[in-house]
Ligand binder design. Structure first.
Ligand code: SAM
Length: 284
């Protein structure tokens, strides 16, 4: 049966509560119908920066009271927003993308829930997800870790810590720091496929994948402008992780002992003669 999406903007006020509204990450066309409707019907918009939110609302032809909010807001200011939720609908937006994702909102959402108010989501753009989906890196499991630390020592510690996780790692990054991060990845996570997604959804959108060293060389020659998602593929099986007996048995199913020994020598780095002797034992 064909499915027709129907959407009609309602002028009715929204039920009281907190509406977490995602906004575009660069291309205004990515605003969702529900985001427009929620921003049109809510009583007030809580935002990181009133100028940025004001510009978006103006573009949409919407005028609403703007309440400045960030995670550093004092408890009183946050408590005032939370208590307003008993009879007001408040849309929370950040400067771009999904609120709470490396953006303010966590404490507000947590406290609003704890106070028993409606907390609901109007999902949409998120740079981490957009970058991952075009990177060509495995997307079945990923670990989003926000921004890498600015200091080199701390940055390397984070890379070492997350480097053992069997997932694609997703970080937010800035142009001026990309080179240092790629250098740290080259040294701390050698051989890991790395991807850079830049200026997603914008005119100069770019996605590059390769070894971190070549990416570093590329961006040294072409200093990156704009916003960046940096991703590192999951660990590949290392030589020491290959079980030589298991690999030999598997190889012997289709190869002669000498060929199997050569094949497993390449995988493990173990001496070929030693592997040949073992292959003969296993054959018996
Ligand atoms: N909440 C946002 C989201 O959902 O993506 C992220 C906010 S965080 C403060 C800003 C960072 O997100 C940027 O420094 C950059 O790393 C990443 N970012 C945002 N927009 C982007 C874009 N269009 N292309 C690539 N990265 C972007």
């Amino acid at each position: 049966m064909p499915c027709r999406v129907q959407h009609q903007l309602s002028a009715e006020p929204l039920p009281a509560g907190l509406y977490i509204v995602a906004t575009p990450i660069g291309n205004l066309g990515d605003i969702t119908l529900r985001a427009i409707e929620t921003l049109s019907r809510c009583d007030a918009v809580a935002c990181e920066d009133t100028r940025v939110a004001g510009k978006l609302l103006k573009h949409l032809g919407i005028s609403k009271p703007l309440w400045r909010h960030d995670d550093h807001a004092d408890e009183k200011a946050r408590a005032a927003i939370v208590s307003s939720l008993s009879d007001k609908s408040v849309a929370l937006v950040s400067d771009a993308g999904t609120p709470l994702i490396s953006d303010p909102g966590y404490r507000l959402a947590r406290e609003a829930r704890a106070a028993g108010h409606l907390v609901t989501t109007i999902p949409g753009a998120c740079a981490a997800i957009a970058g991952l989906t075009i990177s060509g890196l495995p997307s079945d499991r990923f670990l989003f870790a926000g921004f890498l630390p600015v200091k080199d020592k701390a940055r390397r510690e984070v890379l070492r810590e997350f480097g053992t996780v069997d997932s694609t790692l997703v970080f937010y990054e800035t142009g001026p720091r990309l080179g240092k991060s790629l250098a740290a990845i080259t040294e701390e996570l050698p051989g890991r496929e790395t991807a850079v997604a830049r200026e997603l959804t914008k005119l100069h959108e770019e996605s590059r994948r390769g070894d971190p060293q070549s990416l570093a060389a590329h961006y040294e020659a072409n200093p990156p402008k704009g916003e960046i998602v940096l991703m590192v593929g999951p660990p590949v099986e290392t030589r020491s992780q290959v079980d030589p007996d298991e690999a030999l048995r598997e190889a012997l199913e289709t190869m002669k002992a000498s060929q199997a020994a050569g094949h497993v020598a390449k995988l493990t780095g173990i001496d070929r003669k030693q592997l040949y002797a073992r292959a003969m034992e296993l054959k018996e």
